[in-house]
Write a protein that binds this ligand. Structure first.
Ligand code: SF4
Length: 300
């Protein structure tokens, strides 16, 4: 017999999960309710214990496989999946990624969800590129040039990213580029963890709408936020991760997530050009995955 939750309990749980989402907690994992010891109707607290919050402690390193596994809770057979109901976003009813991205942008609105909205941003920098791109680049946040133009990666670091993309044998217009936070942190500081947690669900929705084959995280902030793990760049680079955008489902059942690779942020490469060769190795790994022919020369 399929098990259904009492509507009252369901509403209470939905409210509790929304509350966690507002605090920046999006990843949960489920324990079978059959493990419960008590008799009688399930209480909200009991059900909440069964849906445990999965937040790594500060400094704790989360296993990448675990991060991928918790990124999209999966219903067990015959069991009601409250997450699917809660995570259903407006764009999930449309299959066209152009329309889906437009709906996500509309939902974002003139966002005031985190403090970055009142710390001098000129505009929200949503993302740019091919809505059907096979390859996505995700950076940290807009800088002054990006804030001015409303487009990610248009300053010096953007120029280098363009060169990196060109070196792969493709054009900037063929990929999609976005950031973890969509508003410029003052003085180009690193976005705070809570700012990343508040803004990144919109990026997750963008990824689910675009359905790329590979996401490249540019720098540690992007990598740590997307993978929900705390590790050094040295530990993060050099391999692929199975990635599913946290908290959302793609409207295409054939898209079950993608590969994610980590490389250096172009701004870091401008400061330390000796690492360009390492970044090029990362991009070659991505090209191989995408079946792209490696040009003879790397990024300048
Ligand atoms: S950074 Fe993101 S969450 Fe914060 S105000 Fe800007 S759009 Fe909203």
């Amino acid at each position: 017999m399929p098990r259904t939750l009492d509507p009252e309990l369901r509403r209470a749980l939905a409210a509790r999960i929304r509350y966690y989402n507002e605090m920046g907690i999006y990843d949960f994992y489920r324990q079978p309710l059959s493990d419960r010891s008590g008799e009688g109707p399930i209480s909200v607290d009991e059900a909440e214990i069964a849906i445990s919050i999965n937040q790594p402690e500060s400094g704790e390193e989360m296993n990448p496989r675990k991060a991928a596994a918790v990124a999209m809770p999966v219903a067990t057979e015959g069991d009601e999946n409250i997450f699917e109901v809660i995570a259903l976003k407006p764009e999930q009813s449309v299959s066209d990624p152009v329309k889906a991205l437009k709906m996500i942008r509309e939902d974002l609105g003139d966002c005031t969800r985190c403090v970055l909205h009142k710390q001098g941003r000129k505009q929200i920098v949503f993302g740019v590129g091919d809505p059907k791109a096979e390859l996505m680049f995700v950076g940290e946040g807009p800088g002054a040039d990006e804030d001015e133009k409303g487009e990610p990666f248009v300053g010096r670091a953007g120029q280098l990213l363009n060169n990196m993309i060109k070196a792969m044998g493709i054009e900037r217009e063929q990929v999609y580029i976005a950031n973890i936070v969509k508003c410029r942190p003052p003085g180009n500081r690193t976005p705070e963890r809570d700012e990343c947690a508040t803004c990144s669900p919109f990026l997750m929705r963008q990824i689910a709408a675009i359905k790329p084959k590979v996401v490249v995280a540019l720098g540690a902030v992007a990598a740590k936020t997307l993978l929900a793990m705390n590790a050094s760049m040295m530990q993060l680079r050099g391999r692929f991760y199975d990635f599913r955008p946290a908290g959302v489902r793609s409207n295409n059942p054939d898209w079950d997530g993608c590969k994610l690779a980590v490389t250096y942020h172009p701004a870091f490469l401008l400061r330390d050009p000796r690492q360009k060769g390492e970044a090029w190795k990362d991009l070659q790994m991505v090209m191989k995955e995408l079946g792209m022919k490696a040009p003879a020369k790397g990024a300048e």
